[in-house]
Write a protein that binds this ligand. Structure first.
Ligand code: 3PG
Length: 276
């Protein structure tokens, strides 16, 4: 058995940012889980920024003040601190808030996906990490549906009208709504998402008020309804012209120089975000 490496002695403060964590891949596993948590925190911060910005109408100056305030209280943390720096930053070319010019498409190197996969294999629920991964995918693939994407990636050559017809026929997920979905795909076989069909889109939109009331009631009553909430959030994200993934891209560029794309010019950009 390999000897445990000698580590620097812990001094004042949090101590060195390293430790021997265990045999085999233990260290890699812990780093992977760290990144999964990182994805979840970034998604939570992006949602908070979106609610304050698009929901309450705060401008970027006000947002920077709010996040600076968060970093002086219970929420004090590296990611909240860098978010306040990001929200404060002006673009040197246009003078506009830089984060507003960043494309709302979040990149990823894959460690969040590994964390979700590992948690599924272990039977451990990590819904916030799962959602964070899914929302990064959604930010990049908001025009595509899962089966259509699988068909392209795996060369399945799926005809979604046929899939819908088969599901409608006698399987466990058969439902009256599949008739509408089948009609939508027969009418427009190349639709990237059946929600984009005018008839079906109108039908779903007509029900969203009730759906929101149910989700609000679940929140008020303190009852968990994660699937209802996640599917409503999916609908809202899908019909959003812009998602808050631009903040995640700015954070990734801040701590990892992962670069970002802009809405107003082509190329990959990096900013030295530290306040001067
Ligand atoms: C890091 O810099 O910590 C990671 O690269 C972040 O992971 P991501 O690039 O998948 O967001």
């Amino acid at each position: 058995m390999a000897a445990t490496p000698t580590l620097p002695t812990r001094t004042a403060g949090p101590g060195p940012c390293l430790a021997y964590l265990g045999p085999g891949a233990a260290g890699h596993f812990v780093k992977m889980a760290h990144n999964g948590i990182e994805y979840a925190l970034e998604q939570l911060l992006a949602e908070s920024y979106d609610l304050l910005h698009r929901g309450l109408g705060l401008d970027f100056e006000e947002l920077a003040k709010v996040f600076t305030g968060y970093n002086q209280g219970l929420l004090k943390s590296y990611l909240v601190e860098i978010t306040s720096h990001i929200l404060n930053r002006r673009d040197e070319h246009t003078g506009q808030p830089l984060v507003a010019l960043i494309q709302d498409v979040a990149g990823q190197k894959g460690t969040g996906i590994w964390t979700s996969k590992a948690a599924l294999d272990l039977g451990i629920p990590v819904p916030t990490i799962d959602i964070a991964v899914a929302w990064r995918h959604l930010s990049a693939l908001k025009e595509e549906r899962v089966l259509r994407r699988a068909s392209e990636v795996y060369d399945y050559n799926l005809d979604l009208a046929t899939v819908t017809r088969v599901w409608r026929g006698g399987c466990i997920i058969r439902a009256a709504l599949l008739e509408d979905i089948l009609a939508a795909y027969r009418d427009r076989p190349d639709l990237p998402n059946f929600l984009l069909h005018p008839d079906l889109g109108r039908k779903v939109a007509g029900r969203q008020g009730d759906w929101r009331e149910v989700v609000k009631a679940a929140i008020d009553w303190g009852l968990p309804a994660p699937a209802l909430m996640a599917s409503l959030a999916y609908l809202d994200a899908y019909r959003s012209r812009r998602l808050p993934a631009n903040l995640i891209q700015a954070q990734r560029d801040y701590f990892g120089a992962h670069t970002y794309e802009r809405v107003d010019r082509d190329g990959a950009f990096h900013t030295d975000w530290l306040p001067g």
